[in-house]
Design a protein around this ligand. Structure first.
Ligand code: ADP
Ligand code: ADP
Length: 226
């Protein structure tokens, strides 16, 4: 049984734009998948359909064998990390991280335990009482990661999460993502238009073009023809 399965998934927006056509992919638990392709090829749309922010026009999407087409985002075992971080500006780092658990109604003791653990995992102890405006770009991105991971999702969806960072920081966070993949066993779906990023991070690269999957390969086979 796959962690995530897309079966002939298509998306036509209300204005008639076909964004994704016949997208099929089966992802194993703990895999790191990159969606790679030029702007407008349908990467974000596919990610948003997996998260449930966009409806699926055709085909089926399953997580752990359960059909997700009509399941609302908050009921899916996914968390999404955006390039713009989307942190709450008036909340401290700790509260930003705790928020998703508060919304779920989790008891304070259990919530504190989970928040402390993920704050330690991402090395955020020293900035836990700061507000987002006082943080660097790399720190904000780590907080966004902590906020996604604290709910213990099966699948972490990342939409160009490193795009706003400089090269050194990007490298550092890439390494952290690989460590998180190994230690937490979470499945990663990572959207990027940067080939180097897809190659450095992923177990398999899904190359997209004009709404279609062109190729699915491990990085080292990306450029070898069968
Ligand atoms: P990518 O993430 O690869 O840049 P997108 O998934 O954002 O690609 O976009 C795929 C196609 O769908 C593009 O042609 C884009 O213009 C179109 N599109 C994206 N969002 C919408 C929307 N809300 N309404 C109509 N068309 C959209
Ligand atoms: P695009 O795909 O062209 O970036 P979208 O309409 O998909 O345009 O999204 C606009 C911005 O809002 C993107 O940066 C996206 O990551 C972000 N976004 C979309 N949905 C959410 C959400 N539920 N919460 C926070 N940010 C979101």
């Amino acid at each position: 049984i796959y962690d995530l399965e897309l079966i002939d998934v298509g998306k036509v927006y209300d204005n008639g734009t076909t964004a994704v056509s016949a997208f099929s992919l089966a992802v194993n638990k703990g895999e790191f998948i990159a969606f790679l392709g030029p702007s407008g090829c349908g990467k974000t749309t596919t990610l948003r359909m997996i998260a449930g922010f966009e409806s699926i026009s055709s085909g089926d999407m399953m997580i752990k064998g359960v059909r997700m087409n009509d399941v609302p985002p908050e009921k899916r075992p996914t968390a999404t990390i955006f390039q713009n971080y989307a942190l709450f500006p008036h909340m401290t780092v700790r509260r930003n991280v705790a928020y998703g658990l508060e919304v779920k109604g989790m008891a304070k003791a259990e919530r504190d335990r989970k928040v402390d653990r993920i704050i330690a995992t991402l090395g955020l102890e020293d900035i836990a009482e700061r507000k987002p405006e006082k943080l660097s770009g790399g720190q904000r991105q780590r907080v966004a990661l902590a906020r996604g991971l604290v709910i213990e999702p099966d699948i972490l969806l990342l939409d160009e999460p490193l795009g706003a960072l400089d090269a050194n920081l990007r490298k550092a966070i890439q390494n952290e993502l690989k460590i998180l993949q190994r230690t937490l066993g979470v499945t990663f779906i990572f959207v990027t238009h940067a080939q180097s990023e897809a190659l450095a991070l992923s177990d398999r690269v899904v190359v997209m073009n004009q709404g279609r999957v062109e190729q699915v390969s491990p990085p080292h086979q990306l450029y070898t023809r069968p």
